[in-house]
Design a protein around this ligand. Structure first.
Ligand code: NCD
Ligand code: ZN
Length: 346
């Protein structure tokens, strides 16, 4: 039985770091294990211009504790007034690695997102020209569509038409939660990929709702039926290079989750690598953890794999805090619901 594995240092291809005290509290949780992360731009106000991204990048690096190294890969929040020239400038300087598309109102801080997809066509065309990927929050916001169907409907109504109109655009379907999304990626070409979160490999919708409501398992897109979790797990552990890790680790203060109208987001930065090693081992695919967490993401983004490494071992069970403290209150760390075996050694 394998007791130790060493992989290139992993990256997180979908991460929420927030700002201010929250940023300072959560950044070490990611930087401890991950070399780089794609930083989501859904601040209030959002990160929309190259200047915004440069300033946010500086705040992230200023919040990084001494002795830790971490490279934030910046993104811009696509709005109906995004300027294609500003995007092209920020991309060619190396500052940004992607744009993020939020349908208006789809999730936390998405009010500035897109309503009319025709309005962003010139930006998408330019992105296709320069090879800048689009990260997509794939849920429709139509109140008539059931929340559990919003991802599948988005693929048919929004994503597929965008990809047909701009086939050269590189698209990452973020945090997929359905077999329909996994199948759509598998049927796609080399310009299509998907991130999968840690928590969607562990929980289905019963975990949120059976035996009392569990606010810390509520995120968007919401976890679906068990058959979808199994499809995601099969996709993630398969070795297919189009699937890679994006934790969507999304910190909210406990007070904002445990309330009448609780925020969406699971905070998984702290224990993700221990959970993933167990998931891949339990599925008999430990050899594919490296592709999912360390190789497939950089390959799709056209970046080098990290030269440093991470070793995980089963010598002693890992100990993780159940909460991360901030000056404004605690953030609850995702509880996978089972004892972890894999310790991150470095
Ligand atoms: C994210 C957040 O809190 O910013 N929440 C979530 O449930 N995933 C937004 C998002 O990625 O949808
Ligand atoms: Zn997210």
């Amino acid at each position: 039985m394998t007791q130790t594995i060493t992989i290139p240092r992993p990256d997180d291809w979908h991460l929420h770091l927030r700002d201010g005290e929250m940023l300072r509290a959560v950044l070490p949780e990611t930087a401890r294990h991950f070399a780089r992360a794609i930083i989501m731009p859904n601040l209030v106000p959002p990160v929309v211009t190259g200047d915004d991204a440069a300033a946010y990048r500086d705040r992230i690096l200023a919040a990084l504790p001494k002795g830790m190294s971490f490279e934030p890969l910046m993104t811009l929040y696509l709005t109906e007034t995004t300027d294609p020239d500003d995007v092209a400038r920020a991309a060619s300087s190396g500052l940004i690695k992607a744009l993020k598309l939020y349908p208006a109102g789809a999730t936390t801080n998405s009010a500035s997102g897109v309503n009319d997809f025709d309005k962003v066509r010139p930006v998408l065309e330019r992105m296709a020209e320069i090879g800048l990927p689009l990260c997509v929050h794939g849920e429709v916001t139509d109140p008539d569509i059931d929340i559990f169907d919003r991802e599948a409907v988005f693929i048919d109504r929004v994503l597929d038409p965008i990809r047909r109109a701009t086939p050269a655009l590189k698209v990452i379907m973020e945090h997929i939660t359905t077999s329909q999304a996994a199948d759509y990626v598998k049927a796609g070409d080399a310009n299509l990929a998907a991130t999968i979160t840690t928590h969607h490999l562990i929980i289905n919708r019963n975990h949120i709702l059976v035996g009392g409501i569990k606010p810390h398992y509520y995120c968007l897109p919401v976890a679906k039926r068990e058959e979808h979790r199994l499809a995601l797990r099969a996709a993630a552990t398969s070795g297919d290079a189009r699937f890679f890790l994006g934790t969507d680790s999304a910190p909210h203060l406990d007070a904002a989750k445990q309330t009448d109208c609780g925020c969406a987001g699971c905070f998984t930065a702290t224990n993700t690598m221990s959970i993933l090693a167990q998931v891949f081992e339990d599925d008999g695919r430990l050899e594919n953890l490296e592709g999912f967490a360390s190789r497939n993401g950089p390959a799709f983004y056209g970046l080098a794999v990290n030269k440093t490494q991470m070793t995980l071992s089963k010598s002693s069970p890992p100990q993780y805090p159940s909460k991360i403290a901030t000056p404004d209150g605690d953030i609850t760390v995702f509880d996978p619901g089972f004892a972890l075996r894999w310790q991150v050694e470095n």
